[in-house]
Design a protein around this ligand. Sequence first.
Ligand code: PMP
Length: 417
Amino acid sequence: MAQLSPLLKQATPVIVDHGEGVYLYDTDGRRHLDFTAGIGVTSTGHCHPKVVRAAQEQVGKLIHGQYTTVMHQPLLRLTEKLGEVLPPGLDSLFFANSGSEAVEAALRLARQATGRPNVVVFQGGFHGRTVAAASLTTSGTRFSAGFAPLMAGVHVAPFPYAFHYGWDEATATKFALRELDYLFATMSAPNETAAFFVEPVLGEGGYVPGNTEFFAGLRERADRHGILLVVDEVQTGFGRTGKFWGHDHFDLRPDIVLIAKGLASGFPLSGIAASKDLMAKAWPGSQGGTYGGNAVSCAAALATLEVIQEEGLVDNAAARGVQLLDGARAVAEKTAAIGDVRGLGLLVGSEFTTPDGTPDTATAQAAQKAAAERGLLLLTCGAYMNVVRMIPPLVVTAEQIDEALEIWADVVATVTG
Ligand code: PMP
């Protein structure tokens, strides 16, 4: 009898029968409060009726249009709709299937457009698991161990992760930008550097928001040196942070934006957005793929965008995000085991440390496991897997946040008591 490969590691033992809104129901009929949202994917909740309807209708009309052979309406309509929400000037889109593929697409475009070989990434960044995306990833050695040699031409600068350094935000930011300039002087000359790849909030790296000064420093250097600023919105886009884009919090103007996850409510779809002028620097046929821009995924994405607008999900993420962050902070105040609680919108992390600031992986893992046993599904992240993250669907209600926080308070008291 065939079995699933043991190389797949699962955060919980749950076998799901179906999902509805913020809840997953397992094969024993038990209900779980899903504060993982499929790693930030099911923003409209599980099986939102409007998304289900759009996908079902599309399945009966056309499943696979193959966009390098023929064009189809869902892709054209989605492109037009995304034009309403994309940052000004980023009006040209290419679609793929996963976040990693979007990263690959942006890398290819950046190298072709600039004729430069190198890229700079920021420590703690996660960009995916393909060779190129893993090469750009520094959120944990687990994503690249045993996989070397990775792609050459990647250089790593610090991210202003103030809690990690034990500094205030301004000091961490000054340090990060000074090290970036040092990197230009020592490892990758600006005229050999094609792009910065950066997340508005480190996701897998521990739910660490960047800040306005840091991103202004990146933008200024990008402009000065002709380097492209690629903003990876795979986890932070589509309202997750309480604004439509994560970078909206930081008054940042990207050259390329990467989209996936929350875009299509769980259907595989990703893309990159840039200006037409920039896209025109690559050549027709330089990118493609069999499944990119799948018709059903596009129909689901179109419905997802409508739901986000009609149900005011960005505002809900902002309001519920404050409730969640405040609640998680109140839980942390009662224990010395949580050193920092941070986040933006419905993307909240509690970092477990010993009183001297050493990462406490064991307690974080115990809390995540105990929460799952109590019916609250959570994930961990961070280089040491010592940050418990809460990332519920954007449709979450105040009552559901309270329900989760109540379980979280009990769980933390139990595992640290
Ligand atoms: N970029 C970011 C910021 C991500 O969070 C992820 C996935 N966690 C990816 C890229 C990779 O996306 P995928 O798993 O769809 O390849």
